[in-house]
Write a protein that binds this ligand. Structure first.
Ligand code: ADP
Ligand code: MG
Length: 689
């Protein structure tokens, strides 16, 4: 639409104001119009002091009958304000000397704040206070309070916004982008009305509905924002789909052979997920699918089947994992599965010896290698695939947008783009996958393989370490294996390392008869692999580890895990770690040790992980606790974030926006484009993969 240039109406605006606005992300008139209040103050009523309800912001008016600066318990300005019903104390803990005069006895003031029962009786601390004359009229509308930055007052912001709202170009800037049928279907008010209303709510508007953002004006704004996100992501989805991809139709020879040699049957959920992938691979446009399932739900086998389908069509498949430990483990596992089928596998990692690496690179380029497994090393420049048909990215949240893109573009030496399968380590709440992952198709493995015994989680305060030691001894005597996870020390890797080494030393002294392994981030790649291998082979009974073992590690005989300082870890991390046990038929126990005197959030996290083992539920609670930002990891950079809508709270609007987006893209493409531009502007051009 482009009708909103750099704030043109305010030629007279000073550079400082301009700078401050840009600090708030306001560059255009439209930005200013969409700079919506964070809350409202109700200055349309006056309460009598004696009648004013507590626990909420109220406005009262009275005459100052006493003003003094007292110094005990600390220096403060205390004024008594009286109306026909009673007296109220107002207190300022920080004040300018000039305020002593301003609030002199006899002045009439209007106070806005919360009344509490304080040291001096009914009082307002730091109220918003204005000198008024008797009978001064009240505000006719709710007063919007805007998010702002130092040096930019509410008054200036409100004035600027008012000016823009009154300018003739504004009508055009607020032109409707939704077709009538969508407005009707979801009973939405017009965009212009909603913007006007939020800046200038009419007196009859419910303050609650405005504050809680359930008012129809807010609903419209949130719908629009969600719709813009959906539109841009679906558009990217369609664009990528318009590329050509190799057709990798099911051949069912290698896949059947592979299934026949597995010691177990696939779960129904695994079969369903693979069928969805298999169908996509057979299409002439690139698959862009996210495979999600709880920890231990068996995603690796589904990925292996997908790789086989590519290979039996004469193409290469690549699997990329975020850590050396995980890549190595995939390599071991897939080599054992695929070598009997006569498939050649190449392995690529950053720490590889030069000669080995060159051999691998040659095999990849010449097409001798059919399956390629590796870390980030896979998308370096010197890696040239011969015929890459499928790129599988494990633990997709660990990779940035550009890294995934790089691997995709590596593809083929033709204009065909490889299929892409992404896997997530932990489940993603439904609302998130509907919003931030709307540019992907999603397959979900929603059941665990049979025969897993549930994990029992115990919370034990750090001062009961002896009990924990006794449990470890008991478990090892019974031939079980144990993980000991050292505290996460984010501030210092050195300290974390030191702690791990010390813990290892301590445990060696306590258990001189046990073989105790130690794995941490500073070990060389081979070092890590050797330690993990020994543990997997049962040569070590106890493994002391930092959180490097967080993802993917699979040692079914390990059935006890101790996590130290669990209160410092995030929910998905705890869930991931705990998912390392409970993989065999043995009943497993996870002991979460914590330092007493927990923070509020830490207590909530531990309660959630203690009460739930279902990763989808944990993920949902995590989303409620933390918001989407952190959940998304590096994905954030490529995806339009939401300012107003909240995917969990606004579930219904999200579903509506989701449905409306497809309708608009097919039937109203121009409006869709205008809508994206209004909400995302140049951010709509972000590359996404
Ligand atoms: P994740 O989904 O966490 O990546 P994995 O793929 O590592 O899980 O699988 C976890 C464990 O479950 C592995 O040891 C795997 O061999 C085993 N497994 C996978 N599918 C089945 C199944 N259908 N029946 C029994 N065991 C299975
Ligand atoms: Mg895995």
């Amino acid at each position: 639409m482009g009708q909103c240039g750099i704030i043109a109406v305010h030629h007279d605006m000073s550079t400082t104001v301009r700078e401050k606005l840009s600090r708030l992300g306001i560059h255009t008139e439209l930005d200013l119009l969409l700079h919506l209040p964070i809350r409202y103050e109700d200055e349309t009523h006056l309460f009598l002091i004696a009648d004013a309800p507590g626990g909420q912001t109220v406005q009262v008016e009275g005459v100052i009958i006493n003003t003094e600066v007292i110094v005990r318990p600390r220096r403060q300005l205390v004024c008594q304000v009286e109306d026909s019903s009673g007296v109220l104390v107002m207190r300022f803990l920080n004040f300018y000397a000039s305020q002593i005069k301003t609030y002199a006895v006899g002045k009439r003031v209007r106070l806005l704040g919360e009344i509490r029962n304080g040291f001096f009786g009914a009082e307002m601390v730091h109220p918003k206070c204005r000198i008024v004359h008797e009978g001064e009229s009240l505000a006719e509308t709710m007063t919007p309070i805007y998010p702002t930055t130092a040096g930019l007052t509410q008054k200036i912001l409100a004035k600027l916004i008012k000016q823009v709202l009154q300018s003739p170009q504004t009508l055009q800037a607020l032109a409707e982008t939704l077709p009538g049928m969508i407005l009707n279907q979801y009973r939405l008010i017009s965009f212009q009305d909603s913007v006007t209303c939020l800046h200038n709510p009419p007196p009859e508007a419910s303050l609650d509905a405005l504050q809680l953002r359930t008012h129809p004006a807010w609903q419209r704004i949130k719908f629009d924002e969600l719709l813009a996100q959906q539109l841009s992501m679906r558009l990217h989805y369609r664009q990528r789909r318009s590329h050509a991809a190799p057709v990798l139709a099911p051949v069912n020879k290698l896949t059947q052979q592979f299934l026949a040699q597995l010691p177990f049957k696939l779960t129904a959920a695994q079969i369903k997920a693979f069928n969805e992938i298999s169908r996509d691979l057979g299409a002439a446009h690139p698959m862009q699918r996210l495979l999600q399932g709880d920890v231990g739900s068996g995603k690796t086998i589904v990925a292996a089947l997908a790789a086989l389908q590519a290979i039996e069509n004469g193409f290469q498949a690549a699997i990329m994992a975020p850590t050396e430990i995980l890549a190595e483990q995939h390599y071991q596992k897939l080599a054992a599965w695929f070598e009997p089928l006569g498939i050649s596998i190449a392995w690529l990692s950053g720490s590889q010896k030069k000669k080995q690496k060159q051999t691998a690179l040659d095999d990849i380029a010449l097409g001798n290698a059919q399956l390629i497994i590796g870390t980030h090393a896979l998308f370096q420049n010197q890696v040239l695939f011969n015929r890459l048909g499928l790129a599988i990215i494990d633990e997709q949240h660990r990779f940035g947008v550009h890294q995934r893109l790089a691997l995709r573009l590596k593809g083929l030496r033709s204009d065909r783009v490889p299929h892409q399968l992404m896997m997530s380590a932990t489940p993603i709440p439904r609302t998130l996958s509907m919003s931030y992952f709307a540019d992907l198709d999603v397959s979900i493995i929603d059941e665990l393989p049979p025969g897993r015994s549930p994990i029992v989680t115990k919370l034990i305060a750090d001062n009961r370490r002896d009990e924990v030691i006794a449990r470890i001894r008991h478990a090892c005597e019974q031939g079980k294996q144990v993980y000991w996870v050292c505290p996460l020390i984010e501030e210092s890797e050195t300290l974390q390392l030191q702690t791990a080494v010390e813990t290892h030393g301590d445990l060696c002294k306590i258990f001189p008869d046990l073989n105790i392994g130690l794995v941490h981030g500073r070990l060389s790649a081979q070092g890590k692999v050797a330690v993990m291998h020994a543990f997997k082979q049962g040569e070590a009974q106890l493994l002391v580890a930092t959180t490097v073992i967080e993802v993917g590690v699979d040692v079914p005989n390990a059935s006890l895990m101790v996590i130290e300082n669990a209160e410092r870890m995030g929910l998905s991390q705890l869930h991931q770690l705990r998912g390392r046990i409970g993989r065999g038929s043995e009943a497993s126990v996870c002991i979460l040790m914590f330092q007493p005197s927990l923070s509020d959030v830490a207590r909530k996290r531990l309660k959630i992980i203690f009460e739930h083992t279902d990763g989808f539920e944990i993920a949902r609670q995590d989303l409620l606790l933390r918001g989407p930002g952190e959940f998304l990891g590096s994905r954030q950079s490529g995806v339009p974030m939401l300012r107003f809508a909240d995917v969990e709270q606004d579930k219904e609007l999200l579903a509506a926006a989701h449905a409306a987006a497809d309708k608009m893209l097919s039937d109203f493409p121009e409006l869709a484009q205008q809508h994206i531009e209004r909400w995302l502007g140049d951010r709509a051009e972000c590359l996404r993969v």
